[in-house]
Design a protein around this ligand. Sequence first.
Ligand code: TEU
Ligand code: CA
Length: 560
Amino acid sequence: MTKQWWKESVVYQIYPRSFNDSNGDGIGDLKGITEKLDYLNELGADVLWLSPVYDSPNDDNGYDIRNYKAIMDEFGTMEDWEELLAEIHNRGMRLIMDLVVNHSSDEHAWFAESRKSKDNPYRDYYIWRPGKEDGSEPNNWESAFSGSAWKYEEATDEYYLHLFSKKQPDLNWENPTLREEVYEMMRWWLDKGIDGFRMDVVNFISKVEGLPDGKPQEGKKYASGGEYFMNGPRIHEFLHEMNQKAMKGYDAMTVGEMPGVTPEIARKYTDEEREEVNMVFQFEHVDLDSGPGGKWDLRPLKLSDLKENLTKWQKALEEKGWNSLYMNNHDQPRMVSRFGNDKEYRVESAKMLATLLHMMKGTPFIFQGEELGMTNVQFDSIEEYEDIETLNMYKEKREEGVSHQDIMKSIYVKGRDNARTPVQWNDGLNAGFTTGTPWLKVNPNYTEINAEQAVNDPDSTFHYYKKLINLRHTNEIIVYGGYDLLAEKDDSVFAYERTLDGEKLLVVCNFYGEETSFEVPSHYAGKEGTLLISNYDNEAVRELPESIGLRPFEAAVYKV
Ligand code: TEU
Ligand code: CA
């Protein structure tokens, strides 16, 4: 377990479109980010992760890249980007960019060539196949954005694969020339001085040869096919090659976004000796409230499942490999609405969830607005929603005869636009996000929930996050200590301890809104516990009692 800057850092994710608009066109932009760097520095963020800012037709809000070496017009110019990077580095912070190379936009020059003819030199940059004998698609895989994962092209009488939208054709990683083009592009950005990459669905890039049919669920036409493209046969080879040919020689971090990754495979991806990636985003903990029908099939979260899953990940990567720690991002609903109580106990539960996550072993990722306790949103009509995943699902379910109300219920709980409403800076027009018309409506609760209020309120979630980050910066035990779950059978308390050189950190969280208590394990009997942080006003130091009473969503961290 070597010491690394990316193990000691807290990362803050910016979704540029919704962060801050500097020119009144209703769309967040790079200059808008530069304007807020002092706010992020005040919070204590060490690394900023920018969701894609490259030239894109925005079919999937920038995750469909048309030119990997140009900045999206709506976000500004390359000069604006250079200025942002310089201002980030001037403040001692770092910048990682989003690497989206499982697929490109269908408007990328490579695809424009590839679709021209079967013998075009760029044909094999993408995955083309003839249809089946009966004229149907080459296999029965379903797109993550509804419908078949294949689109037919008349011009060459073949289909191309798109695991996501029709405008996001999958790149063919079996093609060494394509791989070299990706590595060259990565070095081009690293030579500009960036500090690493977040890698979009990077464990999808190796597909099983023959692209076999999956097994559709009962009554379904398409199958996920995930067993044939997640963690595929050459994935470790490709990631090691990328590490050697693109990342080598740069002091840079990599985090792979890996739907379908398990702890065992993640240990291989993140084992430093294997030189693949530094850490991964896993999805098991954010799938615990999904039924067999997937994310829109709502299932209440069981605390015992969450305790078991996060503990499994903590233990699996405790000695070898490294965890990321997140519950929020631009694809996930806001955690205070999803796992906490965003009504009577919004601040307490937001702080409790943050404590639970930030005191674990791994690199924490804060999603924009999470530090303000921003919540999910409920728009009445589907027209007010923007996300292609939501809109395609709505259309598909309406065609299946599901009622508007029933579909909206799932969208309110799991829709990605929950995370994408503009950051709420103050209680003025459009929450201070824009002087124009926001591309996506502002959450109406901005009048109470906004950065200006939070920065001026010492008891706000903002100052609580700032304290959590400072604790990580000043206590090695939080970064490098071991992890052990406590009170495993307790159905309302999530408690664990961290251990390093004889020192212990005791983390106790009441996950629900009812009073409860935590029975302190006997190995703490009579020990002095210094209270490091709590979301209630607890006395500073106290001898650890045998039982700690916990108010609704109470969280406390003791150093013993
Ligand atoms: O997300 C990958 C992914 O699996 C998501 O589609 C996620 O499972 C789903 O959104 C849950 O609702 C990455 C990006 O983070 C996402 O924004 C992109 O839409 C997707 O890849 C395609 O690039
Ligand atoms: Ca703008």
